[in-house]
Design a protein around this ligand. Structure first.
Ligand code: HEC
Ligand code: HEC
Length: 198
């Protein structure tokens, strides 16, 4: 919550927040930068093979810009991403987002457990996850795709939102996870990581 007041769509600038892929940005230049810097961790085509590194290929343009902006502005603490984002210009942010958002979304790396498949749908309805992340949790615009994301990464982010330590543009995510138990977070991460949403 405490990060919310620092970042707003207005701060980001209307030029950076546009529909995917953003007109005026250069996906080819983004691809070149991605192959120089990002591929080592986020993998080929933005498909990460490391459980603590999120997949970003096919993520929403606006969300990628938002995330990079937050790392660069130190509104989203990350020892790994802050120094990398610090080297990126506004054009790099737009170009990288144009490139990654043009790719096909990643697929699940695992199957959800039977228990998570049974409890997950009700939990994501009752806690309104599907209202913002959309049914199947593919995300929309500045709300990220979370379907099929790595289970370890999802768990860590949900715990960080609950603890108030993850950057959050409007405080909505921080509110959305208040009162969830560790078991609820486990169920959500297990369920969401196995979703094969197109
Ligand atoms: C040394 C490994 C490493 C490199 C290189 C790297 N990243 Fe990351 N990236 C990470 C990790 C780890 C996270 C998760 C940070 C966290 O815990 O919030 C992350 C998070 C992100 C996110 C947020 C995704 C989400 O779902 O919220 C974006 C976007 C991103 N990186 C883009 C990039 C881009 C673009 C580059 C290249 C310019 C890059 N990263 C280079 C490791 C790396
Ligand atoms: C009111 C809208 C809203 C609701 C409800 C909501 N989310 Fe979110 N969620 C967001 C937004 C916006 C972000 C991006 C926040 C940011 O990075 O500033 C986000 C981010 C996330 C992330 C981080 C993804 C990443 O790539 O780092 C996860 C995981 C997540 N939400 C899961 C959930 C789950 C599970 C629920 C239900 C318990 C939920 N969300 C409910 C809007 C919402």
């Amino acid at each position: 919550m405490r990060f919310a007041r620092f970042v707003s769509a207005a701060t980001l600038g209307a030029s950076l927040l546009t529909a995917a892929p953003a007109a005026g940005y250069d996906a080819a230049a983004g691809k070149q930068k991605a192959e120089e810097v990002c591929v080592a961790c986020h993998g080929k085509d933005g498909i990460s093979e490391q459980p603590v590194v999120p997949s970003i290929g096919g993520q929403w343009n606006d969300y990628i810009v938002l995330a990079l902006y937050q790392f660069r502005a130190k509104h989203r603490p990350s020892e790994v991403m802050e120094p990398i984002a610090a080297t990126l210009t506004d054009d790099d942010l737009g170009n990288l987002a144009a490139y990654y958002s043009s790719l096909k979304p990643w697929r699940p790396a695992r199957q959800s457990s039977a228990a998570a498949l049974a409890a997950g749908p009700e939990l994501t309805q009752r806690r309104l996850c599907i209202q913002c992340h959309a049914p199947g949790l593919p995300g929309q615009q500045s709300v990220p795709r979370i379907a099929a994301q790595h289970i370890d990464y999802l768990t860590a982010q949900l715990e960080a939102f609950r603890a108030g330590t993850r950057g959050d543009i409007d405080g909505n995510m921080t509110s959305a996870v208040q009162g969830l138990s560790d078991a609820d977070i486990g169920t959500l991460a297990d369920y969401v990581s196995g979703l094969a949403t197109p």
